[in-house]
Design a protein around this ligand. Structure first.
Ligand code: NAP
Length: 327
């Protein structure tokens, strides 16, 4: 069996290779990227793998592919993969909302994987982190409406975003390549283009993708997405309005049993989720639970969560889907 990583030199692609090794996924691995990376060597399970240039024939000997390229590049190579009956788990947003493409978080809707027609999409990274944190709370209290503010790490914009922050932290006059403004010592309340209502593409994703993953067309999400000068791990401040009256002790118990979550909620002892603590591991940390005082009905809860968006928000989630396919 052969697994290709398409975009193997990027932030997500490199992490995918590490996840395949950590999870001891069986099969040969083929690494594909642009002509810029052709011939570079990376180590995998104690052996050297050479990066190949992506071309139309790249998929002739491939069974499964993990996609980690931008939308335009993904749309270019997907027909080549489909022609060769390759099953693709894709990280771009190119196919996420297509009717015959399952959008999957294995902790939430693994049963959707089997409905695929050759493509399974990995959801948006901030959406994965929020939904993993909220899934058991949704079962317990019934979430009607969410208001979310994100604090998104620069690596969410790929390798270029990491380079911008590292360079500007030393010399703020270095121009950004991944962002519209300087990101070091700053934050930017824009991720993606705005529509004529003033809502950015990234801000639409949590409602659109959340509805598909949870199979809940009534879900309402208002989101403000902000890029912050953090290298890795997204953070999210979340308000949920629920069908039932909420209870903080019950909410904590939900997180204790939730797959992929760790409860970090003892504020008096300075215990709460922080992005440095979630960096380079797979769990979403959840805490800062309190009944929201802006809703006297007692049906609303506020919380804070963090998760490594290159791992659980992208590579780990994709490799988990692949492992489900291989079962
Ligand atoms: N970063 C995150 O936290 C995150 C989270 C969730 C989803 N995603 C999504 O995952 C995808 C990858 O993101 P990323 O952050 O890893 O981006 P990235 O660091 O910029 O990496 C992009 C990858 O695409 C390759 N590539 C570019 N042009 C190509 C071409 N013409 N042919 C073949 N390969 C080409 C690059 O290869 P070269 O090195 O050779 O240029 C590189 O391997 C995107 O769709 C992104 O939206 C990212």
């Amino acid at each position: 069996m052969k697994i290709a990583i398409v975009g193997a030199t990027g932030a997500v692609g490199q992490q995918m290779l590490q996840c395949l090794e950590e999870r001891n996924v069986e099969g040969e691995v083929k690494l594909l990227a642009s002509s810029r990376s052709k011939g570079k060597v990376v180590s995998y399970k104690g052996k050297d793998l050479v990066i190949e240039e992506l071309c139309e024939d790249s998929f002739n000997d491939v069974d499964y592919a993990l996609g980690a390229t931008e939308n335009d590049i993904t749309k270019m190579w997907m027909p080549w993969a489909q022609k060769n009956h390759v099953v693709v788990v894709d990280n771009s947003s190119a196919y996420r909302l297509d009717k015959d493409v399952p959008l999957v978080i294995p902790e939430i809707n693994p049963e959707d994987i089997q409905k695929h027609h050759g493509i399974i999409a990995n959801p948006n990274c901030a959406t994965i982190i929020a939904l993993v944190a909220l899934n058991e709370l949704k079962k317990e209290f019934g979430i009607k409406r969410m208001i979310v503010s994100t604090y998104q790490a620069v690596s969410g914009a790929g390798v270029k975003g990491i380079h911008d922050l590292e360079a500007q932290a030393k010399d703020p006059s270095i121009p950004s390549t991944a962002f519209p403004y300087q990101i070091a010592y700053n934050l930017i309340p824009q991720i993606g283009d705005f529509d004529d209502q003033g809502i950015s593409k990234e801000e639409w994703k949590m409602q659109n993708e959340g509805r598909k993953i949870w199979h809940d067309e009534n879900l309402l999400v208002s989101c403000t997405c902000v890029r912050v000068p953090i290298l890795r791990s997204h953070s999210e401040s979340i308000f949920i309005e629920c069908e039932k009256e909420v209870d903080v002790a019950k909410a904590r118990a939900c997180i204790e049993k939730a797959a992929g979550c760790q409860l970090k909620d003892d504020p008096q002892n300075k215990i709460y989720p922080m992005p440095l603590d979630t960096t380079n591991q797979d769990d979403v940390f959840v805490g800062r639970f309190r009944k929201d005082i802006a809703d006297p009905s007692g049906h609303s809860l506020s919380l804070f969560c963090c998760g490594d968006q290159i791992r659980k928000g992208a590579a780990t989630n994709a490799v988990q889907i692949l492992q489900e396919l291989l079962k």
